[in-house]
Write a protein that binds this ligand. Sequence first.
Ligand code: GAP
Length: 600
Amino acid sequence: MAGGALAELAKRRGFFFGANGAYGGTAGFYTFGPQGAALKRNVEEAWRDRFTRKEGNREIEAPTVMPEAVFEASGHLDGFDDMLVECGECGESSRADHLVEDATDFEDAESLSGGAVEDLIHEHDVACPSCGVALAGRDVENFNLMFATDIGPGDAHPGYLRPETAQGIFVEFPRLKEYARGSLPFGITQIGPAYRNEISPRGGLLRLREFTQAELEQFIDPETDEPPLDRVADVDVRLYPADEQAAADGEYRDTTVGEAVADGTIGSAWVGYYLGVAREWYERVGVDMDRFRFRQHLAGERAHYAADCWDAESEVGGDWIEIAGFAYRGDYDLSKHGEHGDDAFTVFKRYDEPKTVERATVDPDMSVLGPEFGGDAAAVADALETLAGRDPGAFEGETVTVEIGEGDDAETHEVDADVANFAVEETTENGEHITPHVVEPSFGVGRTVQTLLAHAYETDEVDGEERTYLALEPEVAPRDAAVFPLVTNDDRLVELATRVADDLRAAGLSVAYDDSGSIGRRYRRQDEVGTPFCVTVDRDGIEGDGPETVTVRERDSAAQVRVPVGELAAELATLRAGGEFVSLSERYDSVETDVETTTN
Ligand code: GAP
């Protein structure tokens, strides 16, 4: 389906549209309308169900503004850049690597240096996409994507809007590990907004400056913790590994999670586990599995924190887009916060049996070091202690050599070995402090929503008329059902339709009530926003001696059955939870219509 038709439908029917239109619009910011907000919420709830509840994980909600020190530690201040080139003619800023990828065979120009990208712009005569003037000779600069702000009045406390929800989890690790009673493995999730000052926002919800992420940080002991791989070992996956991408005739590898982990295509069993869980989840919420793959990152493409990374990608409008990333982040994040932060970003790993270990110690005689080294005495004592742990053999001679300070300020000092009071003691240890490793499935909610809409968009013919409908899964569709009185000039039908709608809402279903226009038009309106079931109250349903009945029409097949009112809420709830409409057809009378559907 063309992106234009989806964008038009999204705006006209209240899924999403560019924000702040009354003030000329703000690129990179979108508002979700009533249908879109409901769809997005349902996607988030389905994610929460699978990645938080079913995995036994815990969800948190951290602030979106964080102090500068957090991003110094995380590496975002220095490394979270995109390549920017500004047009000398019209001033338009563009992603230099994207322009080069569009003009050449390079697939990951992001991994090249700025100078190399400048050369390619020159060689391939790359022009400004806005005014068409050549960009050759323009500088390619690193542009940091974080939005800066000040915390409180004045500029003494710089802060940033978080560029990923993950940092809110890492920073709180010292407390979160207590809630997990210090025991690995455990997983923390968070769903919320992230902010990136993208150079060229584009593609509807695909590249925004404010977007929603659903992230899971799985903390593990890399030496002992194994994922429950057997649960997903048989899940089929279409992989596009880095070596296949590099090969001229590279192909997909259609395999199972179990095989791909066993043969090393997926290097980490934890990453493999989450690829399997994600594959099942995407299918559950309605991603078309013929338009879905997992692509491994090329070495130059990986984020500064990632040891290995796979993306879930979906095909939308002829392009493959990244909808989630699965990174093995190792101990990068917790080690960095451990170096910069005040608290302990480690857990205590208890040994099965206490261990007796030899430990080298020093007890420097400060009454000697003080007069000898003056202001450097404490640093010399620290250096002796570090050296004892690292190289006990250094204390075997009459003097010990230590270095204090760094770089140009480094100084070497000789210390009498007796003054150091070196000794080797035997101690019993019950365990050690280790820095957990992190495995991170990170989902873009907006990109998932856009994929679902694109993959659900269908046209066919019903009653000789062309219709557009969204074949959204009932679990995520904005509304569970719509209720119509067949005509509005019969009070009995209106009264029953109102009561049915009220009862369904009281049962927790999200229900539209529509009494305007022909019944065919009302069906089309609901089809276009993906309402899976339409309930029509007609005279046949209230006449006669039996219980009141209504017709229930299934969106995709347009088939109808007659269901007793008293059973309606339970039946619709079952359908929403994944039940099949065909089971209703088996138990209730079909309503004959002259409907014929032909999918285009
Ligand atoms: N914590 C890891 C992380 O943030 P990422 O690959 O940069 O990794 C994760 O982002 C997901 O967030 C992406 O797969 C994508 O779905 C979504 N995402 C990233 N940048 C986005 C943007 N500018 N607009 C919309 N979604 C975005």
